[in-house]
Design a protein around this ligand. Structure first.
Ligand code: PMP
Length: 369
């Protein structure tokens, strides 16, 4: 029999009642006569490259723990990115890597005062949860009408309590990438004791020639940490492997904060194989970028105001029409990600899925302006 609620006396940390649950993108419900497409989690629609599938199949010693510090992967990444292997720390997805950073650098002072973590909002849904779990306080700075970070307002929001700033480029879910010049101005305007985390989960999809490159920032500024992942361009979301790149003053603590063995031997082998076949990854990414450009051009042709899309998704600021749009998408066997009455994020998927999405927008009469 179930134990009645409230009978154990166990109580969570107070923050637990204030944090939202992460609402993962759901698969679409089947619709008679239509192939279903999941466009709600910014996944790569293509399955693993043959060489990656082979590397996964070869990894049989799963009775053993994996290499706790992902030596093969860090060595391959160090060569690939031209950075020291010691500056790379892997994690269970880039979210795992972000949680290491927050656990190590943002929490509360000994007197209980929470540290502050500044980031744009709306941005990646996991940020408020990870910040709250670390014990720190979120300071959310609204994005501009075009979906860009308001870096002046973010700089103004930095106080002596700010320990970390999260920059999401391209910004999930609104789409634009940060520009090099504005980002450098921002970094130079905040104290060097603030850790600037540049979340580049969608870096490989960026085509804006003015977009910032997190690795360049890391080379230039000792207080910059970069997050990257194998979930998006490499299409390995199900294996959970990501990493940060930062300087030894930071990495020494990330290694303490890391969940031991978070990157499995299978995930590591797959990531190494994917790097070895990066040319194929680039080709696949370009197909998705071409599809993204086709979708945004079609929507703009319809008179829709679509912000600059630099990731593998587009943002529709539909306001009150948000729930209605996602219902109509569901009726077409497409699952999209609706955010309250703010808007809908739609991942770029298979060509047929994207075409069906465009037709849905053509039939939808409430146009985001
Ligand atoms: N950062 C951003 C901006 C994201 O959108 C995501 C995934 N949705 C992540 C980080 C985390 O991805 P993963 O943990 O799979 O690397």
């Amino acid at each position: 029999a179930a134990v009645a609620a409230g009978t154990t006396g166990v109580t969570p940390r107070p923050v637990m009642d204030r944090l939202p649950k992460y609402a993962a993108g759901r698969p679409p419900a089947p619709v008679e006569g239509l192939t279903s497409y999941k466009l709600s989690s910014n996944e790569n629609p293509l399955g693993p490259l043959p060489a990656v599938a082979e590397a996964i199949a070869r990894e049989s010693a799963v009775n053993r723990y994996p290499d706790a510090v992902s030596t093969r992967l860090r060595t391959a990444l160090a060569r690939f990115l031209d950075v020291p292997a010691d500056d790379i720390v892997t994690g269970g997805g880039s979210l795992g890597a972000l949680n290491q950073i927050l656990a190590a650098f943002a929490g509360q002072q000994d007197d209980g005062t929470p540290d502050e973590v500044v980031y744009a909002w709306r941005s990646f849904e996991a940020y408020p949860i990870s910040v709250g779990l670390a014990g720190a306080r979120s300071v959310q700075v609204p994005v501009l009408a075009d979906g860009r970070h308001d870096l002046d307002a973010m700089a103004a929001a930095v106080t002596e309590r700010t320990k970390v700033v999260l920059l999401c480029t391209p910004n999930n879910p609104t789409g634009p990438a940060l520009r090099r010049a504005e980002t450098e101005r921002f970094i130079q305007s905040v104290p060097g004791s603030v850790l600037i985390v540049v979340d580049e989960a969608y870096q490989e999809f960026v085509r804006d020639p003015e977009a910032v490159d997190g690795i360049e920032l890391y080379r230039k500024y000792p207080n910059v940490a970069v997050l990257r992942t194998f979930s998006k361009a490499h299409g390995l979301a199900g294996l959970r492997v990501g990493y940060s790149i930062s300087h030894p003053e930071v990495t020494q603590y990330l290694r303490v904060a890391a969940v031991p063995f978070a990157v499995s031997s299978i995930a590591e082998a797959a990531a190494v194989a994917s790097l070895e076949h990066f040319g194929d990854v680039v080709g696949r990414v370009q197909t998705l970028v071409d599809e993204r450009e086709r979708v945004t051009a079609a929507l703009r042709e319809l008179g829709w105001d679509v912000p600059d899309a630099q990731g593998n998704f587009v943002w529709l600021a539909l306001g009150e029409a948000t729930p209605e749009f996602s219902q109509q998408a569901a009726a077409q066997a497409l699952s999209v990600r609706a955010f309250g009455t703010e808007g809908v994020r739609v991942s770029i998927g298979e060509s047929e899925a994207n075409s069906r999405f465009i037709e849905l927008c053509r039939a939808f009469t409430k146009v985001p302006q």
